[in-house]
Ligand binder design. Structure first.
Ligand code: G6P
Length: 608
C-alpha cells in the first residue's frame, strides 16, 4: 500500500530513488513521484501510471538534481490516480514535501480548517493535509513541528518529510505502517521495505510506532514524542540480494511458482527433527492446548484461503470446531472469542491492516494468538503471542504463490503437532502424515517439470469469458484460491463454488462453452463431483478436471483432465494448487496482462 524511499548522501539522489521505487512497486503502482532539494528549492516531479512514466519524465532521474530526496509509488485511496494526486505533496509555499503510506482518517476536518486559514489544496488526497499542517505549525523548529503535526493526525502513516529550511535532513516517522532506515557510509536511506535499499546496505533500523527519525548524511538519530533520544541496535539483514531479483525469469510470479519446492523445504526443515514435528515457537502447555474449545483463523485474501483449507484439516484431525474468518469481517462483528479460543492469524507481509487489527481484537478478548508470517520482524509477528515463520523468502509478485504454499505447510505441521499432543492421531498416522509432508516438495517439483501441460491448456482456454471453479470439502477450499489466482492476474471473471451448491442458483449461468474447472481430489467425494461435472456438461459446460493419478477413469468424464501425484487427502491442496497457479499464469501471459502488478491491486494492504 504505497512505497516510500528516501536518500541523503553525496551522490545524486534521483537514480537511487528510482531504483528503490522499482523494488517497492509491488506496494502500489498507479503513480509515482520524487522530490529533491535542488540548491535550496524543493523540486517535485510526478507522473500517473507505472514507474516507467516517471523514469521517462525525469530521463531516468538525470534531469532532477540534488543529493537529498524522497520518492513514492502510490496505491490510490483518497483521490483517483493522477499526476496531481501522486506524491510527494508540497505545502502551499513549497517549504515542506511529504510522502505518505497509510490513511489519515480525520483529513476532511483538517482540510476544512486549513482551507479557512488560507492554505490552498491542489489534490484530493489525505496526504496533502500533512504537508499543509507542517507549514501551518512551523515556527522555526522542525522537531517541534513534527510532534505538533503528529498530535493532529488520526489514522495510520509512514512519512518521509523534506523541509526547505533544513536541507541536510530527512524526517521519517511511522504509526502502524512500516518504515525502515538503512545505514550507509556517509549516506543513509529510508524505505517501506528492505528490497529498496539492499543494493546499498544490509544494516537497518526498524522504526517503531511514534518514533521520529532525523536522517542526516553522517548519522541517524531517533527520538520519541517527548524529544528524548531512543537507542536502537542496528539489525543485519541476511537476505540474498538475488532473492529480490527476477533471476532470468520473465516474471516474479513464475520465478516464485518455481521456487516452491525450495521454499517448502526451507520452511519444513527446521520443524522436523528425528522424525518428530518441533514447534518450539508455540508457548502453550499441553494442558492449555487441551483447554481450547475452538480455533479461530483470521486472514485476508489468499492467506484466508489457507485458513479455509485449515478449517477442513483441523476439524478432521483435531475434532475441534474451527472458524476461518475474513479479518475485515471479524473485526466488527463482536466475535465470540475468549481464553478458550485459540486464534491463528496468517499473513505473508505481516502488515495487513485488517489482519493486524483483527488479531488485536482477539487478544483483547483473551485469546492466545499464533501468527504464521513470512516477513521477519513485521508488525503482526511482533504483536502475536507466538510466531511461526514461513521461510518462503521475499515474495514480490502481487499474486501470492510460494507464501500460500508455505503457509499450508505450516498448517500441516500444526495439525500433526496438535493431533499428537491431543492424542487424536495414532503413531502410525503421525509417521504417515509426516512422511507425506516431507515428500510434498518433490511432488511439487514433479508437477512443475510438466508445466507445459498447463501452458497448452491455457492456450486452448484463455479466451474464456467466465470461469467457475467447483469442488467439495477441501477441494472447495482450494477452488477459492484457484479462482482468485485466475481473476486477479488475467482479469477473467471467475467464481469459486461449492459443487453441491451450484444447483441452488449458479447453474443458471452455465451455457454452451462455459469453462468449469472441477477439482476432484478428495477421495471420499469423487463420485459426487462426477455427478456435478455431468450436471454442468449437460448444460453445455467445457470441463477441465483436476484429479489424482489413480483416477484415470475421469479422462472419459471431463473434456480435459490434469493429474497430480497422490498424497494423503488433507495435503492434496499443496499439490493441486500448483497447476492452478500455472494455469492462471499462462492465461494472463497469453492475454498480455501485467502479471506481477495486476491493475488496482497491491501486495501489502496497510489500509482498511
Ligand atoms: C493482498 C494481496 C493478496 C494477499 C492479501 C493478504 O490483497 O494482493 O495476495 O493474500 O493481501 O496479504 P498478507 O500479506 O496478509 O498475506
Amino acid at each position: 500500500m504505497c512505497g516510500i524511499v528516501g536518500y541523503i548522501g553525496e551522490e545524486q539522489a534521483a537514480p537511487f530513488l528510482l531504483s528503490g521505487l522499482e523494488k517497492l512497486e509491488y506496494r502500489g503502482y498507479d503513480s509515482a513521484g520524487l522530490c529533491l532539494n535542488d540548491n535550496g528549492e524543493l523540486v517535485v516531479k510526478k507522473a500517473k501510471g507505472k514507474l516507467k512514466e516517471l523514469k521517462t519524465l525525469t530521463d531516468d532521474g538525470k534531469n532532477l538534481h540534488g543529493t537529498i530526496g524522497i520518492g513514492h509509488t502510490r496505491w490510490a485511496t483518497h483521490g483517483e490516480p493522477s499526476d496531481v494526486n501522486a506524491h510527494p505533496h508540497l505545502s502551499t509555499s513549497g517549504r515542506f514535501a511529504v510522502v505518505h503510506n497509510g490513511i489519515i482518517e480525520n483529513y476532511l476536518i483538517l482540510k476544512e480548517k486549513l482551507t479557512e486559514k488560507g492554505m490552498v489544496f491542489q489534490s484530493n488526497t489525505d496526504t496533502e493535509v500533512i504537508a499543509q499542517l507542517f507549514e501551518y505549525y512551523y515556527q522555526g523548529s522542525l522537531m517541534d513541528t513534527v510532534i505538533k503535526v503528529l498530535s493532529k493526525l488520526d489514522g495510520s502513516y509512514a512519512l518521509g518529510v523534506l523541509s526547505r529550511d533544513n536541507p541536510d535532513e530527512i524526517i521519517a516517522v511511522r504509526k502502524e505502517s512500516p518504515l525502515i532506515i538503512g545505514l550507509g557510509n556517509g549516506e543513509n536511506y529510508i524505505a517501506s521495505d528492505i528490497p529498496a535499499i539492499l543494493s546499498k546496505t544490509r544494516t537497518i533500523y526498524r522504526l517503531e510506532n511514534d518514533e521520529i527519525a532525523v536522517i542526516r548524511r553522517d548519522g541517524v538519530q531517533i527520538y520519541n514524542l517527548d524529544k528524548e533520544p531512543v537507542h536502537k541496535e542496528p539489525e543485519h539483514i541476511e537476505w540474498d540480494v538475488d532473492a529480490a531479483e527476477k533471476g532470468g525469469y520473465e516474471h516474479f510470479m513464475f520465478k516464485e511458482i518455481m521456487e516452491q519446492p525450495k521454499a517448502l523445504r526451507d520452511t519444513l526443515h527446521p520443524h522436523i527433527q528425528d522424525g518428530r514435528v518441533v514447534l518450539d515457537e508455540i508457548h502453550l502447555t499441553a494442558e492449555q492446548i487441551r483447554s481450547f474449545r475452538k480455533i479461530n483463523i483470521l486472514a485476508c485474501g489468499s492467506a484466508y484461503h489457507v485458513g479455509v483449507v485449515a478449517k477442513y484439516v483441523f476439524e478432521k484431525v483435531l475434532r475441534i470446531p474451527v472458524e476461518a474468518d475474513l479479518a475485515s469481517e471479524f473485526r466488527y462483528r463482536d466475535p465470540i472469542v475468549d481464553d478458550k479460543t485459540l486464534t491463528i492469524v496468517i499473513s505473508q507481509s505481516g502488515e495487513t491492516a485488517d489482519t493486524k487489527e483483527a488479531m488485536k481484537e482477539a487478544k483483547r478478548r483473551g485469546s492466545h494468538v499464533i501468527a504464521i508470517v513470512n516477513v521477519l520482524g513485521s508488525a503482526i509477528a511482533k504483536e502475536a503471542h507466538d510466531v511461526i515463520y514461513t521461510l518462503a523468502g521475499p515474495e514480490i509478485a502481487v499474486a501470492t504463490t510460494k507464501a500460500y504454499s508455505t503457509q499450508l505447510a505450516v498448517i500441516y505441521l500444526m495439525a500433526i503437532y496438535f493431533g499428537d499432543l491431543l492424542g487424536k492421531i495414532s503413531d502410525t498416522e503421525y509417521k504417515c502424515y509426516l512422511r507425506e509432508l516431507q515428500m510434498i516438495p518433490d511432488k511439487i517439483q514433479q508437477i512443475l517439470d510438466n508445466s507445459e501441460q498447463m501452458q497448452y491448456l491455457a492456450s486452448q482456454l484463455f479466451h474464456a469469458g467466465d470461469v467457475f471453479f467447483i469442488g467439495r470439502n477441501i477441494d472447495y477450499a482450494l477452488s477459492l484460491e484457484g479462482s482468485l489466482k485466475l481473476k486477479e492476474i488475467s482479469y477473467i471473471h471467475s467464481e469459486a463454488y461449492a459443487a453441491g451448491e451450484l444447483k441452488h442458483g449458479t447453474i443458471s449461468l452455465i451455457e454452451n462453452g462455459t469453462l468449469v474447472i472441477a477439482l476432484a481430489t478428495h477421495e471420499e467425494l469423487i463420485g459426487k463431483i462426477v455427478s456435478n461435472i455431468q450436471e454442468v456438461q449437460a448444460r453445455g459446460a467445457y470441463v477441465l478436471c483436476l484429479t489424482t493419478e489413480k483416477h484415470q477413469e475421469l479422462k472419459s468424464v471431463a473434456q480435459s483432465t490434469v493429474f497430480i501425484p497422490q498424497t494423503c487427502d488433507m495435503m492434496l491442496p499443496s499439490l493441486a494448487v500448483v497447476p492452478l497457479q500455472l494455469f492462471a499464469y499462462y492465461v494472463a501471459a497469453l492475454k498480455g496482462c501485467d502479471i506481477d502488478k495486476p491493475r488496482n491491486l497491491a501486495k501489502s494492504v496497510t489500509v482498511e
